[in-house]
Ligand binder design. Structure first.
Ligand code: AMP
Length: 414
């Protein structure tokens, strides 16, 4: 599959990696349980093809990732459980290096043998990572022959291991996961087959305005669910009770509905709901048979008629992009709409179906149908920014310098 975005960017297969120090920037930022066991290993599984390839080819492998949002060194954000898990999956020893800048790290790296793996401790333990600090990047680049970014979910961040570091290494490129992510999202952006259906849900319209604007030009139909839907209902002057409505986005929603009508595109909003008087009250929830929500009640999921309507649309689509749950799906009593949508997408085997990370990826996994989707992105924020047409700093950092820039770097000599 060709990808516009990847024009000129090298991939791991373009390098001779045997016996070379290969720095693999991965996104191993996985959800954890309270007892520090891994709650969802999707990102680890997604990184496997690149790791296994590096082992087979006999590279000296340095794995690096961020994990959570620590403030300095915090034990609960250690990558230790991830290193252990990966080591078990690969049946291979993985040493965790505590201070990538330290002497011990350098000594370990210089003793690394082909197909051996070390993992650097959480990159965000070092204040240099989030500051895109050149010195921190240099401490890692100095130990690296080939830099591979396979961390799509972190590539929208201008951090040291994502941007500064590839600027300091000549041989750089992407891994297999990054290729798949970008090829799939490029298909959505540039060559979607009609009918193209986008399903948007989640908490806020305001988080998704840019992506709605961009997708609006390309889609045939847009389905709206989740709390976002109530702002669209309010824009049609339909009663929303005490559901989450973003008052300052009502005019945007109204304008979008008008624009869609003029351009013969369809925007579907819920025609019934599951409602409750308190988001914590699952027992007292009920179906509201109609679009209007009574005073004192709030919508927490799309209703069964809406789910049926959306499933029919999904069945006839050829390209599907989904981002955002249809309701408060983390609560079982409010999850039916989201799971019905997930199942309907999985059942449409003719369509290219892409799930844009975050909560919808978790919902797709929880529906038990994950393997039937064409692609579930590992990057929530990154996939939305990418679809909005923004250049991801982590991808741009892998482009070869333009001829004129290269001449300057080479002292002007050709
Ligand atoms: P987002 O990160 O924007 O995709 O939003 C995901 C969050 O939206 C999830 O945590 C859902 O529980 C929440 N959500 C979805 N529908 C509703 C709703 N009707 N009311 C409140 N929160 C909702």
């Amino acid at each position: 599959m060709a990808s516009k975005t990847l024009d000129g960017i090298k991939s791991i297969e373009n390098f001779q990696i045997e016996d070379k120090r290969l720095f693999l920037r991965l996104d191993l930022n996985v959800p954890m349980n309270e007892d520090l066991t891994i709650a969802d290993d999707t990102r680890i599984r997604a990184a496997m093809p690149t790791i296994k390839y590096a082992i087979e080819k006999g590279a000296k492998i340095i794995i690096a990732s961020h994990f959570g949002r620590p403030k300095g060194v915090e034990e609960k954000y250690s990558l230790e459980p991830v290193a252990k898990y990966l080591s078990e999956k690969l049946n291979k020893e993985i040493m965790l290096v505590e201070e990538p800048r330290g002497h011990a790290a350098r000594a370990l790296l210089s003793g690394l043998k082909p197909s051996q793996i070390i993992m650097l401790e959480n990159l965000r333990f070092d204040p240099g990572e989030e500051k895109n600090d050149r010195e921190f990047a240099q401490s890692m680049a100095g130990q690296t022959d080939i830099y591979i970014n396979d961390a799509f979910g972190a590539s929208h961040r201008a951090h040291a291991s994502i941007v500064a570091m590839p600027g300091l290494v000549d041989k750089k490129g992407i891994g297999f996961l990054m290729r798949k992510e970008i090829e799939m999202l490029d298909t959505i952006r540039f060559t979607p087959q009609a009918p193209f259906l986008t399903i948007l849900g989640g908490a806020k319209v305001s988080d998704k305005i840019e992506v709605i604007e961009v997708l609006m030009d390309k889609v045939d139909t847009m389905i709206i669910g989740g709390a976002m839907a109530y702002t669209f209902l309010a824009a049609q002057k339909i009663q929303t009770g005490k559901s989450l409505v973003e008052k300052d986005k009502i005019s945007f929603a109204a304008d979008l509905l008008k624009r869609a009508e003029m351009r013969r595109k369809r925007i579907l909003v819920p025609i019934d709901h599951r409602i409750t008087q308190d988001i914590k009250d699952t027992e007292g929830s009920k179906i509201c048979d109609g679009a209007a929500i009574p005073d004192g009640w709030l919508g927490v999921d799309i209703g069964p008629k809406t789910a049926e309507l959306y499933a029919k649309e999904i069945a006839r689509a050829k390209t599907i992009f989904w981002n955002g749950p249809m309701g408060v799906f983390e609560t079982e009593a409010f999850s039916a709409g989201t799971f019905k949508v997930a199942r309907a997408i999985a059942e449409n085997e003719k369509a290219i179906s892409v799930v844009g990370g975050g909560d919808s990826a978790a919902a797709a996994e929880a529906s038990g149908q994950a393997e039937k989707f064409t692609h579930i992105s590992t990057g929530g924020g990154a996939s939305l920014e990418f679809l909005q047409g923004e250049k991801l700093p982590g991808i741009e950092a892998l482009r070869p310098p333009k001829r004129s820039e290269k001449n300057i770097e080479d002292g002007g000599m050709l």
